[in-house]
Write a protein that binds this ligand. Structure first.
Ligand SMILES: *Cc1c(COP(=O)(O)O)cnc(C)c1O
Length: 455
């Protein structure tokens, strides 16, 4: 082990220097991948320097998500105290299902769930879990809603048409999950949004009433804090009023921007969060922990137990169910995804998390400011969003993003909304500074000039 730890340190140092010196890996076409890298598995072992050199080659060609030129996704960067925690959890290798096997690591997870529940104003009955991703949090929320609607479905299956509602700008997992939950994809209604991509409560109410009069059974509303393209925040209070009137479960999908709960300046974006039945957010997005770290909390822990507990004598051999996290999880064996957030949170305090969140809004402000002062750009996104959507000189966003990637300049993606396609700059990497944002625009401008990309 000691030798491999030394090797690990050497490889990690190599990665850090690559991120600095070659921040955008030279892309390999998929058809070329197996010719360029020796990935195939063979009978003979690969040892010593050969093994190390191959690992270096692989590292070199892997996209550098922690570099300051990676703006492609809703995560990026690296916060070392969080990485430290994740590395420790790999070494400790506990499984989170029981207290007997995970010990204080259960306490680590419960401390996070408690602090989040209190922060958003859920009552003393609140509890939660850490799921493998935001999509799975949404899945668990929909399952709880289904079982609250009709507890017999757990055993008997679905016999009626249950209907879920989410906005037309929400994450695709809501529709996908509907098939796993058994209600079927066609039973998910796309609710209209306003010109900022926020769900319209009036359209929600209208669709619910239509469904009821057609003999269907509404049960679940999914609201979003930070939509995937524009970073928009649905109005929770308005949606809660409609949901409560019809006794529907209201889930808030905060995978992208739910971490605003840590900021005095931005938590108003989720006003009314205490009215929701469940809430989830990805610490691996705004809080910058390694993937994945997705927290789901619910007002009433009974709902977690009702949907996810199963008796299993071979597993649950100590009595304190509150500390046997397997009873509130989708999984059996479960990776410790709590420790990385806990080490970060301990090391910087809630104040430090606030600084992380605020910095991202600041960078987005810097970017929007630059765009609005330069007439070659068109801005499509709004204040209070860390997705900065724009076009440059009317060049096709798809062409621009693809060429920037192929030429190893930047990694940035594109999105669309109401018929417009645009570049989406995501200011979620906390290590990025104002200068890096300005350099991002300069890189685009210089590149467009040199490649003659004018539309
Ligand atoms: C990223 C995202 C998800 C999915 O989270 P994963 O961890 O990738 O599964 C769900 N909803 C929204 C709004 C997201 O931005």
């Amino acid at each position: 082990m000691h030798n491999d730890l030394k090797l690990f340190t050497e490889l990690a140092e190599f990665l850090l220097s690559e991120e600095e010196n070659n921040p955008v890996a030279i892309p390999i076409e998929t058809g070329e991948l197996y010719n360029r890298l020796d990935l195939e598995l063979t009978n003979e072992p690969l040892i010593g320097e050969d093994f190390k050199n191959l690992l270096k080659e692989v590292i070199k060609s892997t996209p550098k998500t922690a570099s300051k030129t990676f703006f492609n996704q809703l995560f990026g960067g690296r916060i070392s105290k969080a990485t430290l925690g994740d590395l420790l959890s790999v070494m400790l290798n506990n499984s989170m299902y029981t207290y007997k096997v995970a010990g204080p690591q259960v306490g680590v997870e419960k401390a996070i769930l408690k602090a989040v529940g209190e922060r958003i104003g859920y009552g003393v009955q609140s509890d939660g879990t850490i799921a493998p991703g935001g999509s799975m949090c949404n899945y668990m929320a929909m399952l709880m809603a289904r079982d609250v609607f009709d507890g017999s479905i757990r055993n008997n299956g679905i016999t009626r048409k249950l209907i879920a509602y989410t906005s037309d700008t929400s994450h695709y997992s809501v529709t996908k999950n509907a098939s796993f939950v058994g209600i079927g994809r066609h039973q998910v209604r796309a609710v209209n949004t306003n010109n900022r991509g926020e769900m319209l409560a009036a359209d929600l109410a209208r669709q619910i009433e239509d469904d009821i009069s057609n003999g269907y059974h509404p049960f679940f509303v999914n609201a979003t804090a930070g939509t995937t393209v524009l970073g928009a925040f649905d109005n929770i209070k308005d949606l809660s009023e409609v949901s409560k009137k019809h006794q529907l479960w209201l889930h808030l999908d905060g995978a992208y921007c739910g971490a605003v709960i840590f900021s005095k300046s931005y938590k108003h974006l989720v006003n009314g969060i205490e009215l929701t039945d469940s809430f989830s957010f990805n610490a691996h997005k705004m809080l910058g922990t390694p993937l994945s770290c997705s927290i789901l909390v619910t007002q009433n822990k009974e709902h977690l137990y009702q949907s996810f507990s199963n008796e299993a004598d071979y597993l649950y051999q100590t009595s304190d169910d509150d500390f046997n996290l397997g009873k509130t999880s989708l999984q059996c064996g479960r990776r410790n995804d709590a420790l990385k957030l806990w080490t970060l949170w301990k090391a910087v305090g809630s104040k430090g998390l606030e600084t992380i969140v605020d910095h991202q809004f600041h960078l987005a402000h810097v970017a929007r400011d630059y765009i609005s002062k330069h007439s070659d750009y068109t801005l499509y996104s709004f204040e209070d969003s860390i997705s900065v959507c724009f076009n440059y000189k009317k060049i096709s966003a798809k062409v621009l993003c693809t060429k920037l990637y192929e030429h190893s300049k930047l990694m940035v993606g594109y999105g669309n909304f109401k018929g417009e396609t645009f570049v989406r700059l995501v200011t979620i990497n906390t290590k990025v500074e104002t200068n890096d944002i300005l350099r991002f625009f300069k890189t685009i401008e210089t590149f467009v000039d040199s490649e003659n990309l004018q539309s």
